[in-house]
Write a protein that binds this ligand. Structure first.
Ligand SMILES: Nc1ncnc2c1ncn2[C@@H]1O[C@H](COP(=O)(O)OP(=O)(O)OP(=O)(O)O)[C@@H](O)[C@H]1O
Length: 460
């Protein structure tokens, strides 16, 4: 065994295996004498084999550290070495040791024959690494919870009870179904649950199931590999589940998910793993799922449009966000918040006086907080001055409010007056508050119109 390195069999084996290898390789005996060197190494050193075979390595390369490697029987991996021909390289120096821990020789190899090139590659990798962490940070910022419980405005019992339920829901990891009419703040609550949970530092990824074309569902949810389908982005794409890994995924409008996709989602929830389209690599998932819908999922189950098994899996915990008409006391607080926001965004200060506030508080708000937010922004823009007026309100809200008032009023005269006022307000609006034009349209003298405007206290 001791002289194995010098045997014909070993040298023959080396020639067969390493001569064709484009990587510089050599072998030394235990005294550090060169017993084999392949063509690639000779080319690198610019030596003739006959001139160096049998010589001690330091006679060939005075700066070589191989003798120390052999002496201490200690492998040196990926070390930088400057050869006597001036070339810098990254080398391995490995002592070969038998089963009795006896040194029998050494194996040398050049990993990178151009140190400068390696440096450039390393620098490039470092740069890419830095850029990658920058993008990762950006991505994390985009995919993070943007709203906390403090952003959910309202002092009503109903909203307070929802907020305290959020704290309980955040403590556990079970799936949650948030139900409530459109615009009540379901997404806001989903953000707040994530933010209250231990996952707050991890991604929060939101996806609207009603906005995805049916053929792209799988790719959006689970990602895809390069060339997975026609039109697929080069290099593939990460799916929302993978993006949310460690954090929370919010599936909005879950009632709009097609049945075939429901089956796939169910499997992911059961297996807790995904496979990208066009790949067979399995990725383990640790994602909390929060869903929301304004549809009645139980009816959809009855109609065969939503899988019952998926419904039960998603509806482990639930949160019911009440409509605005059931928490009217929140309306004025929300209006104040939205006018404040308008001021911060535009520098225009607006106040909503009590007559306008009354109309807004009595409206039914079918579009809930989203509708309220839009209307407040609209009346703030429409207002000529600090104070918003009844005339700044959209006619549908005004008409509904007048109808409610009319219902409340007692006598025929009041009813007639309300109708008259209603007609005058609408005509004035249609005529851009041009009183002469409005009087002509109503076919009454201008003076009568002025009198009625004063009588009904109509603000122009
Ligand atoms: N309690 C609240 N306080 C402050 N803003 C709110 C509140 N509730 C809702 N909003 C605002 O109303 C708008 C609609 O909210 P959100 O998108 O969360 O409703 P949603 O129930 O998810 O609606 P959809 O069913 O249409 O998806 C958003 O601009 C949100 O910021």
């Amino acid at each position: 065994m001791k002289n194995f390195m010098k045997t014909k069999e070993f040298i023959g084996f080396c020639k067969n295996v390493f001569d064709k290898l484009p990587v510089p390789v050599d072998f030394l005996d235990k005294e550090g004498r060169l017993v084999y060197i392949n063509k690639s190494f000779l080319e690198f050193l610019k030596f003739n084999e006959d001139d160096i075979l049998g010589k001690v390595v330091t006679e060939i390369e005075p700066t070589s550290k191989f003798l120390e490697t052999l002496k201490y029987k200690q492998a040196e991996v990926a070390k930088r070495h400057v050869f006597s021909n001036g070339k810098e390289a990254i080398v391995h120096r490995i002592p070969i040791i038998d089963e009795n821990d006896e040194l029998i020789g050494g194996f040398g190899m050049i990993l990178f024959d151009n140190y400068e090139k390696l440096k450039q590659v390393t620098e490039k990798i470092e740069k890419i690494h830095k850029e990658l962490s920058l993008y990762k940070n950006e991505l994390a910022k985009i995919n993070s919870a943007k709203y906390t419980l403090d952003d959910i405005i309202g002092e009503s019992k109903a909203i307070k009870s929802c907020k305290s339920k959020v704290k309980k829901l955040a403590r556990v990891n079970s799936n949650i179904l948030i139900i409530g009419e459109s615009g009540v703040g379901k997404e806001l609550f989903a953000h707040a649950i994530h933010y209250e949970s231990e996952r707050r530092e991890c991604p929060f990824v939101s996806i609207n199931c009603s906005a995805i074309p049916e053929n792209l569902f799988e790719a959006e949810f689970f990602g895809y590999e390069d060339g997975a389908f026609t039109g697929a982005r080069k290099g593939g794409n990460i799916g929302k589940f993978e993006l949310a890994n460690g954090g929370t995924i919010f599936l909005d409008e879950i009632g709009d998910m097609p049945l075939y996709m429901q089956a796939k989602l169910l499997r992911v929830l059961q297996e807790k793993e995904i496979v990208r389209v066009g790949s067979n690599k399995v990725t383990k998932l640790d994602v909390r799922v929060i869903c929301a819908t304004h549809k009645n999922l139980e009816s959809l189950v009855d109609e065969g449009k939503f899988r019952e098994d998926l419904y039960y899996r998603l509806n482990v915990l639930s949160l019911d966000v009440p409509p605005l008409r059931q928490r009217k006391e929140d309306i004025s607080i929300l209006i104040d918040k939205f006018t404040d926001k308008f001021y911060k965004d535009t520098g225009l200060y607006r106040e909503v006086p009590s007559d306008v506030m009354n109309i807004l508080c009595n409206y039914e708000w079918p579009g809930n907080v989203r509708e309220l937010k839009n209307i407040v922004e609209r009346i703030c823009v429409n207002a000529e001055d600090t104070y918003v007026t009844v005339g700044d309100l959209p006619s549908n809200i005004l008409n509904k409010s007048l109808k409610i008032e009319r219902k409340k009023s007692q006598g025929l005269k009041e009813i007639m007056d309300n109708i008259e006022m209603d007609i005058i307000i609408n005509t004035l609006k249609e005529c851009n508050n041009n009183k002469s034009l409005a009087a002509t349209r109503l076919n009454i003298p201008r003076a009568s119109l002025y009198r009625k405007i004063e009588e009904y206290n109509i603000e122009i």
